[in-house]
Ligand binder design. Structure first.
Ligand SMILES: Cc1cc2nc3c(=O)[nH]c(=O)nc-3n(C[C@H](O)[C@H](O)[C@H](O)COP(=O)(O)O)c2cc1C
Length: 538
């Protein structure tokens, strides 16, 4: 029997923002307890990584086109350096007056960065002579050696994987987000984990590697492998996922056996994690995390499959790594930039999950999220509400559920293969702004969107542990939209602050079969001239 989803449904319902009030949270910022955004392990040996300046090749479009992928780069110090530099490293420092804060390649709600990463690898040329587990220290762009282990154990760990495989584990420090956002913070941590997962998948693709989420691993077993189960007095880290980085696309993948993973708990772990805040408020993060831990074993959902789709026509001849490292959130939109229809359709095509196509080939499950678009300024596409159906199997259920929609019809000029449907033709700018907690960015762009997830179905079929996975998928869509906007010469912003049920009401959605999990806006940015930008390192 899958674990009961009711406590998770209660958490989700209890952390909705609405016109009547916001989800329980601090309501003000207690600067005295502001968490340190950088976890360090005092006493662990620091292994510096290389900073790799972006070059023209590979082109951004190439990584999405099977056959144009770069050849797999051998796993060595340079490649591992590049993997982290292009996914989780600092991208810039911003400053105004006496304040200074770091931005990273991966976006994060409130720039609080709850996601921590660990490399699990065998001997790597120039990096390590023995297999190891190391924590990624973003501020230093370096690895902190947490534990070494015997070559025999590495052979067991990567049995069944092609030579040249390494693994990256992600974990979340929920306190970083809860400090600012209270109870709703768990959702943001899982969005952020999805952003990091997508960033890793795209960085790996730039190296010619393939990434796969190993979803038969249990949360407790993952904690043993990553070392987060080791006792300490600092803020806890909850393990989220293990990602295999592979030089060749895998046939099928199952993670290492549970006994082997548990045996990592008895390694000689080095380093003591730093305490991030002098005081804490309990916003129930441990309780919700305990509800969604996954037991070890096959996940039980149907494997991700689907028909191949025609390649997306190239956007601009832009460098993958420049796009990755220049990605930023728009803090305001200009309320005038218009997007050509071709750019809009290409961007939407990229968000579809297609076997073998980056980044959603990383996920082993069928897509659960659809995009509800509020089109404001797209040439040739009438303003209104549209649905991008990311999983055709849910067409019937959605057609029944969206009771406020007009009969679905493709917009004029829409490519025949793109599953985009007009739901309502009207000006949605006011509604978009109001539903996004009255944020102007939602109405002042070319379009904004809500990510609508098939919700109770996956939780009831598989277990409460599907809850974070729905947010990972949302976060992946978000990170991809950031890059797509950047490649199209505009900008975007994730919107975690939105009124859940009012969006459902606009669509005529009742019950919990589908739920709105994340918002996004794409448009022409306005720069904040008060801020200075400084280089990420040095
Ligand atoms: C899950 C998530 C939710 C976010 N929600 C909002 C939001 O509601 N409003 C907003 O202006 N920015 C929002 N952002 C943007 C972040 O504030 C931004 O990513 C962060 O400040 C780091 O800046 P950068 O994206 O330029 O690196 C969100 C980002 C993420 C990843």
């Amino acid at each position: 029997m899958p674990p009961r989803p009711q406590p998770v449904l209660d958490y989700h319902q209890g952390t909705k923002h609405s016109f009547e009030g916001y989800a329980p949270g601090p309501g003000y910022l207690d600067w005295a307890s502001q968490p340190n955004p950088f976890r360090r392990y005092a006493g662990a040996r620091l292994i510096p990584l290389q900073q790799v300046a972006p070059v023209d090749e590979p082109r951004y479009d190439a990584i999405f086109t099977p056959g144009q992928f770069p050849h797999a780069t051998p796993v060595n110090l340079h490649a591992i350096s590049q993997l982290f530099f292009d996914s989780l490293a600092l991208s810039a420092w911003k400053s105004t007056g006496t304040s200074r804060w770091a931005l990273r390649v991966n976006a994060s709600s409130g720039n609080l960065h709850p996601t921590e990463a660990y490399l699990v690898c065998g001997p790597v040329d120039g990096l390590c002579e023995r297999p190891m587990i190391a924590h990624y220290a973003a501020k230093q762009h370096a690895l902190e050696l947490r534990a070494e282990f015997a070559p025999g154990r590495w052979s067991e760990l990567c049995a069944g994987f092609p030579p040249g495989t390494c693994f990256v584990g992600l974990a979340s420090i929920h306190w970083r987000e809860a400090w600012k956002y209270g109870q709703r913070a768990y959702r943001y941590c899982m969005h952020d984990a999805g952003h990091a997962l997508c960033a890793l998948g795209i960085a790996a693709a730039g190296l010619g590697w393939h990434t796969r989420l190993l979803d038969d691993i249990g949360t407790e077993e993952l904690a043993c492998l990553l070392g987060t189960s080791q006792a300490h007095d600092a803020e806890p880290e909850e393990p989220d996922m293990l990602i295999a980085c592979l030089p060749t696309p895998p046939e099928s993948l199952s993670g290492p056996p549970p006994g082997l993973l548990r045996s990592f708990a008895s390694l000689d772990w080095q380093g003591t994690p730093n305490t991030l805040s002098p005081s804490h408020v309990d916003w129930g993060m441990a309780a919700i995390a305990a509800q969604v831990r996954k037991p070890h074993g096959p996940p039980g959902y149907a494997a991700f499959a689907g028909a191949p789709r025609p390649p997306v026509p190239p956007a601009r001849r832009v460098s993958l790594r420049r796009i990755i490292r220049q990605r930023r959130s728009a803090v305001a939109m200009d309320a005038e930039t218009r997007m050509p229809a071709g750019t809009f359709y290409r961007l939407l095509e990229r968000t579809l999950a297609v076997p073998g196509r980056v980044p959603f080939s990383t996920l082993p499950w069928q897509p659960h999220l659809h995009l509800v678009l509020m089109v404001h300024r797209v040439d040739g596409v009438p303003p209104g509400l549209y649905l991008l159906l990311r999983n055709p199997a849910q067409a019937g259920a959605l057609e029944q559920a969206l009771t406020q929609a007009d009969p679905w019809r493709p917009p004029p000029g829409c490519p025949a293969a793109l599953p985009l449907y007009g739901l309502l033709e009207r000006d949605t700018r006011n509604a978009a702004r109001a539903i996004a907690c009255y944020q102007d960015i939602a109405s002042d762009g070319c379009f904004s969107l809500a990510m609508l997830a098939e919700f109770t179905g996956p939780l009831q079929r598989h277990g409460a542990w599907m809850y974070p996975r729905l947010f990972w998928e949302a976060g992946m869509l978000g990170q991809l939209l950031y890059l797509e906007a950047e490649a199209a010469g505009v900008r975007s912003t994730g919107i975690g602050c939105y009124f859940d049920d009012p969006l459902h009401e606009v669509l005529g959605l009742a019950g919990h079969a589908f739920q709105d999990l994340y918002h996004f806006t794409v448009g022409g940015p306005l720069e904040d001239a008060r801020l200075s930008t400084l280089p990420a390192y040095g």
